[in-house]
Design a protein around this ligand. Structure first.
Ligand code: NDP
Length: 488
C-alpha cells in the first residue's frame, strides 16, 4: 500500500474513552414482520421471507416478508380505495391532525427508533439519535402545518392531489427518507405505497406500527417490503400516479425508462459526488471539521457527501496534515456505543463496492492514507480513508463510492476550481469554505449543484428544498417545493 510521508510533527491528542453502549432493551423488535396493507399486517401472498441483519455483528435481527406482484396489487388497491373514499374527501385540517399525531408518536418513541435504526443500518447511535429521528419527526410536523394552508402555498392556483404515490427509498437514511416521502404526500391529500430498502426495513415497519396506532384511516399508508423486483412492480403498476424514488442513478434511469410515455409524475433523487472547496482565507480548523463531517457522516453513505475535496494550493500541506491528524482521532466501531464516530458499512455488498474502489484508487496511482485505528473483527467496517495524487479523470474522483473515502486535489484560482468542481456527471451538492462573502456568492451562482453550503456542510432542514441537477436526478423534496411535487 503506497503511503506518503508527513512533513510536520504529528499531533497527539488521542483520548481514551470508556465504552458507553446504548442499551438494546428499549427496542421492541419482533422476530417476524409481515406487510402493512390496508391498516393491517398481512402475510405475503408470495409466502416468502428474507432476513435483515445487523451489519455491525452480522447477526440476524428479524425475518421480513417479501412482497410479490399480487401483494403490490393489494397495496395499490388499498391506497386507491382510501384515496377515493376517505383521504381526498377529508377536510385538510383533519388530515393535518393525523400527520401531527404521527410526528408526536415518532418523538415519543425516538429512543427506540434510534436504537433500531442503528442496529439495522450500522450508523452511529449519536447520529440516529440526534439527526435521523428528530429530523424525521420534524418533517411530519412541518408538512402537517401546510396541510390546511395549501392555497397560501400556491396562491391563485387551483390545486389537487395526484392520487396514489409509489415511493421507493434507500438504505442510508431509512426512517428519514420515509418521512421525506410520506409527510408531503399526506399533507397534499395523496395516499401512499412505500417500499423501504431490503437491508434496512425495520424502522419503516416500526413507522407502520405507529401509523396503525395513530388511527390513520386504513390504506392511506401501505408499507411493503421486498427487494428490487418489488420496487419495479410498484413503478410499473398502472394505477400509480406518481413515483418518488431515492437511490442509485442506475435504478433511477431504469425507472425513467419504465414510466416514459405514461401519465406518471416522478421525482428522482439520485447519486452525487460533491465538491467541498477550501480557499486559503478560510478558517482552516473549522473547514477541516466540516470536511470530516462532510465525508464521514453516516460512513459516507450520503448522496450529498463531500467526497471530492479541493484545497487552494498555498494551504494544501497544512490542510492535509490537519486532516490526517483528525482522522486518527475518529473512533470506528460498535454503532451502539455513544463514543463511536464511524459505524458499520451498511451491507457486505456495499463493503465490497468500497473495497473495490480502494483497489481502483491504488491502481490508478493515487496515494492512500488510512487511519491506524483498530476495527472490530466481526461486522463490516472500513477505516476513514483519504486519497491524494488523484486526477480529474480518476475513477475514484468521478464515480460515487458511497463510503468513507475522500479524494483531495488542489487548485490555484476561482475559475479553475469552478471548472473542476463542475466536471462531474452529478450535481447534487457542494461546499465552500472562505472568509469572503463575495467569493461565496460568485461560487454559488456558478456551481451546478442543487444545494451549496457555505462554511458548513450536511445541514438539513424540512423547510429547505433538496434535489439535484444532471445525473443527480430531478424534482425537489422538502420545503414548499416538496409540496408541489405531489400536486397537479
Ligand atoms: P438502489 O438504487 O438499487 O436502491 C434504492 C432502492 O431502489 C431500494 O429500495 C431498492 O430495493 C430499490 N430498487 C432496486 N432496483 C429497483 C428497480 N429496478 N425498480 C425499482 N426499485 C428498485 O441502490 P443500491 O442499494 O443497490 O446501492 C447501489 C449504489 O447506489 C450505492 O453504492 C450508492 O452509490 C448508490 N446509492 C445512492 C443513494 C442516494 O441516496 N443517492 C442511496 C442508496 C444507494 P432493494 O434495496 O430492496 O434492492
Amino acid at each position: 500500500m503506497a503511503k506518503e510521508k508527513s512533513n510536520t510533527a504529528k499531533l497527539d491528542f488521542k483520548l481514551e474513552y470508556a465504552a458507553a453502549p446504548e442499551s438494546k432493551s428499549s427496542a421492541k423488535i419482533n422476530s417476524k414482520y409481515d406487510l402493512f396493507i390496508n391498516g393491517k399486517f398481512e402475510k405475503p401472498e408470495s409466502k416468502k421471507y428474507f432476513d435483515t441483519i445487523n451489519p455491525a455483528t452480522e447477526e440476524k435481527i428479524a425475518t421480513i416478508a417479501e412482497a410479490n406482484q399480487t401483494d403490490v396489487n393489494k397495496a395499490v388497491k388499498a391506497a386507491r380505495t382510501a384515496y377515493n373514499n376517505v383521504w381526498s374527501k377529508m377536510p385538510a385540517k383533519e388530515r393535518a391532525k393525523y400527520i401531527y399525531r404521527i410526528a408526536r408518536m415518532i418523538q415519543e418513541r425516538a429512543r427506540e427508533l434510534a436504537i433500531i435504526e442503528t442496529m439495522d443500518g450500522g450508523k452511529p447511535i449519536r447520529e440516529s439519535r440526534d439527526i435521523d429521528i428528530p429530523l424525521a419527526a420534524n418533517h411530519f410536523f412541518y408538512y402537517a402545518g401546510w396541510a390546511d394552508k395549501l392555497q397560501y402555498a400556491f396562491p391563485n392556483k387551483k390545486i389537487a392531489p395526484l392520487g396514489v404515490a409509489g415511493q421507493i427509498i434507500p438504505w442510508n437514511f431509512p426512517l428519514l427518507m420515509a418521512a421525506w416521502k410520506i409527510a408531503p404526500a399526506l399533507a397534499t391529500g395523496n395516499t401512499v405505497v412505500l417500499k423501504p430498502a431490503e437491508t434496512t426495513p425495520l424502522t419503516a415497519l416500526k413507522l407502520a406500527e405507529i401509523i396503525q396506532e395513530s388511527d390513520l384511516p386504513p390504506g392511506v399508508v401501505n408499507i411493503i417490503t421486498g427487494a428490487g423486483a418489488t420496487g419495479a412492480a410498484i413503478v410499473n403498476h398502472p394505477d400509480i400516479n406518481k413515483i418518488a424514488f431515492t437511490g442509485s442513478t442506475d435504478v433511477g434511469k431504469i425507472i425513467q425508462r419504465a414510466i416514459a410515455g405514461t401519465n406518471k409524475k416522478a421525482t428522482l433523487e439520485l447519486g452525487g459526488k460533491a465538491a467541498n472547496i477550501i480557499f486559503d482565507d478560510a478558517p482552516l480548523d473549522q473547514a477541516v471539521e466540516g470536511v470530516i463531517n462532510g465525508i464521514f457522516f453516516n460512513q459516507g453513505h450520503v448522496c450529498c457527501a463531500g467526497s471530492r475535496l479541493f484545497v487552494q494550493e498555498s494551504v494544501y500541506n497544512k490542510v492535509l496534515q490537519k486532516l490526517r491528524d483528525r482522522i486518527e482521532t475518529l473512533i470506528v466501531g460498535d454503532p451502539l456505543d455513544k463514543n463511536t464516530d464511524i459505524g458499520a458499512i451498511n451491507s457486505k455488498q456495499q463493503m465490497d463496492t468500497i473495497l473495490k474502489y480502494l483497489k481502483i484508487g491504488e491502481k490508478e496511482g493515487a496515494v492512500m492514507h488510512q487511519s491506524q485505528c483498530s476495527i472490530p473483527k466481526k461486522g463490516y467496517f472500513i477505516r476513514p480513508t483519504l486519497f491524494t495524487n488523484v486526477a480529474q479523470s480518476s475513477r475514484i474522483v468521478q464515480e460515487e463510492i458511497f463510503g468513507p473515502v475522500l479524494t483531495i486535489q488542489t487548485f490555484r484560482t476561482d475559475d479553475e476550481v469552478i471548472e473542476k468542481a463542475n466536471n462531474t456527471p452529478y450535481g447534487l451538492s457542494a461546499g465552500v469554505w472562505t472568509d469572503k462573502g463575495s467569493k461565496i456568492f460568485n461560487l454559488t451562482t456558478k456551481m451546478r449543484a442543487g444545494v451549496v453550503w457555505a462554511n458548513t456542510f450536511n445541514k438539513f432542514d424540512p423547510t429547505s428544498p433538496f434535489g439535484g441537477y444532471k445525473e443527480s436526478g430531478f424534482g425537489r423534496e422538502g420545503g414548499l417545493h416538496g409540496l408541489g411535487a405531489y400536486l397537479k
